[in-house]
Design a protein around this ligand. Structure first.
Ligand code: BGC
Length: 426
């Protein structure tokens, strides 16, 4: 499955500025319990995952009317030339899912930095949670003459039509972070190691759980996002043996509990579980689901609880709900994305961990691949992901578990964020 990567880093995007991303709207902060965050031995069993392969999933295209948000990054003098491709010839269209989550603002910021530094033409559009808007964004970029489309799909299957339109117009298509499913019109996939994301979340909970019968609450991302399945798959691989041996007792998913003896789940089984525990990547949905789970649970189902939260935005919402419950003595809660608000939650002891995905690496991968594709070359790949129709050549970046003990070294000392972005940092 894996092949040796070729070194082709010409025109690598250098000098990525370390611009800060915007601060998200943060859910309320009432808290009667604290997230556990003692030093951790091994930092979350890094999954040595083979790229995920998965069957088709049902699209649920949304059709809202929210307007696309646009950021044009104008090219500089465009004098850079690389093996016959001038910078101005590399017109890249980038479509991201929503401006309402800080994760994608991080990507926007890093793309702007990278495009400006390299002197490329680029335009960044947001789909605002709507596949219809996403399709419109892609059509508009096609008419503007882009050479490469970098698309992070709102809905993995619904985005196939947009990818097909671009491909039919002779445009190369790069699936960014989330896999576009059920179409042959995807040239390349740039992603993080998403199985490792889930595995590190699961491992964190396992490392913290000392008592048999520890209450476990599971939450997942949107079922329209292929990543939600991969994250859950990675977490389940690590959690399942500890559920089977009684360390954890699942409190909020009958489907998951019914499958606790099964180390490897089918996509359909995962879909059933995700159907019960989905946050839809939405803070309010996450908060409401957590509150409803807590309302149904008895005091004995609480105490020192363990929570698999799929990403930072939902983690904060879920943490607030658990923190406000008088029967919750402590909670250990996962996250991902290293959003600033969650980094502050970790410093404050309100979120236990996050999984840091260095967006600069992903952006660089997308730009390097764009250049190669425009030049008729094959971008370096280290494996492939099956999208239900074809094996898409892929490159995946590693991820890092971050909690209170290593937050400064990982995110501040590395220059990703400024110390002044936070309070109480030690
Ligand atoms: C991304 C996460 C993000 C989530 C919600 C996933 O596909 O990989 O980083 O938090 O979507 O937007």
């Amino acid at each position: 499955m894996y092949k040796t990567s070729r070194l082709f880093g010409f025109l690598a995007v250098a000098a990525l500025a370390l611009a800060a991303c915007t601060t998200p709207a943060t859910p309320g902060t009432s808290s009667s319990a604290t997230a556990t965050s003692e030093p951790q031995g091994s930092s979350g069993g890094a999954a040595t995952s083979a790229p995920a392969t998965s069957e088709a999933q049902t699209p649920t295209a949304e059709a809202t009317t929210s307007a696309a948000s646009t950021t044009a990054v104008t090219s500089t003098e465009a004098s850079t030339t690389t093996a016959g491709t001038t910078a101005s010839q590399l017109a890249v269209g980038i479509v991201l899912p929503t401006k309402d989550e800080p994760r994608w603002i991080q990507d926007e910021t890093r793309f702007k930095d990278a495009l400006t530094a390299a002197g490329y033409n680029g335009e960044i559009l947001f789909s605002q949670g709507s596949s219809a808007q996403e399709k419109q964004n892609v059509e508009s970029l096609i008419t503007k003459g882009i050479k490469v489309l970098v698309l992070c799909p709102q809905d993995s299957a619904a985005a196939a039509a947009a990818a097909d339109s671009a491909h039919n117009a002779g445009i190369k298509v790069i699936s960014y972070d989330r896999l576009i499913r059920d179409t042959a019109s995807v040239d390349y996939y740039v992603t993080f190691d998403s199985v490792a994301v889930g595995a590190q979340q699961g491992q964190y909970l396992v490392d913290k759980a000392k008592d048999k019968g520890s209450p476990l609450y599971l939450y997942a991302g949107a079922s329209t996002d292929n990543n939600a399945f991969i994250f859950f798959e990675g977490a389940w691989e690590v959690l399942q043996p500890k559920i089977a041996d009684g360390t954890f007792v699942i409190k909020n998913s009958g489907e998951a509990d019914g499958l606790k003896g099964k180390p490897k789940l089918s996509r359909d089984e995962e879909a059933k579980i995700i159907g019960q525990i989905t946050t839809n990547w939405d803070f309010n949905t996450a908060k409401n689901l957590a509150e409803s789970n807590l309302t149904k649970a008895q005091a004995a189902d609480k105490g020192n609880v363990f929570i698999l939260a799929p990403n930072d935005g939902t983690a904060r919402a879920i943490a607030d709900a658990f923190g406000a419950d008088k029967d919750v003595k402590s909670y250990t809660v996962t996250g991902q994305d290293a959003e600033k608000a969650s980094v502050q939650y970790i410093i404050d002891g309100k979120q236990s961990m996050t999984v840091f995905k260095d967006v600069r690496t992903l952006v660089k991968g997308a730009i390097d691949a764009s250049v190669a594709l425009v030049q008729g070359k094959t971008p370096a790949a280290k494996g492939s992901y099956n999208n239900g129709k074809v094996d898409v050549p892929a490159i995946q970046s590693p991820v890092i578990t971050v909690d209170k003990p290593n937050v400064k070294a990982t995110l501040i000392d590395s220059g990703y964020y400024q110390a002044s972005d936070f309070t109480g940092l030690q």
